[in-house]
Design a protein around this ligand. Structure first.
Ligand code: FES
Length: 152
């Protein structure tokens, strides 16, 4: 596959330098956008490591991803003021609407869902942010509309 071919090229370039694992992982993610399972296998074999060892390093550093990033990001404020203004209901609705939990992503890769702790919009709670754009006074209905508009 193209992912394996790209990983093999990177390994050929970097595997003989001291401490090659991190530079290889950075290069693979830079080229492929993530470090897929097929690349983990190739890297482990080339560097004489177990797959579990390589996987352990990938999960240890938050920078590394095993899947490509979602196309859009929904962040729901979970801090106090928003919670007091219906934030819990909104968070539940976000989970249901996207079909995934916080720190997860939709199966189609369209959205990731993340908690955020205060967007500075407490006076207009509850708040969310979609692709970096803050949205205030968000009801479940408004969230549905915002999600739909983002996917248009
Ligand atoms: Fe949610 Fe401040 S607590 S914006």
């Amino acid at each position: 596959t193209p992912a394996i071919a790209a990983t093999a090229r990177i390994l050929a370039r970097l595997k003989d330098q001291p401490g090659p694992l991190l530079p290889v992982l950075h290069a693979v993610q830079h080229e492929l956008g993530c470090i897929p399972a097929s690349a983990v296998q190739t890297i482990a074999e080339a560097l004489n490591l177990s797959r579990a060892e390589v996987h352990g390093v990938i999960t240890f550093y938050p920078h590394f991803r095993s899947e490509p990033p979602a196309r859009h990001k929904l962040e729901v404020c979970r801090a106090e003021s928003c919670q007091a203004m219906g934030g819990d209901r909104l968070a539940d609705h976000a989970r249901e609407a996207l079909g995934c939990d916080f720190h997860g992503r939709t199966p189609d890769g369209n959205f990731s869902l993340e908690p955020v702790y205060c967007l500075g919009l407490c006076a207009q709670s509850p708040a969310v942010m979609i692709d970096g754009r803050p949205q205030a006074r968000v009801t479940p209905e408004k969230l549905d509309r915002l999600i739909a508009r983002t996917l248009e």
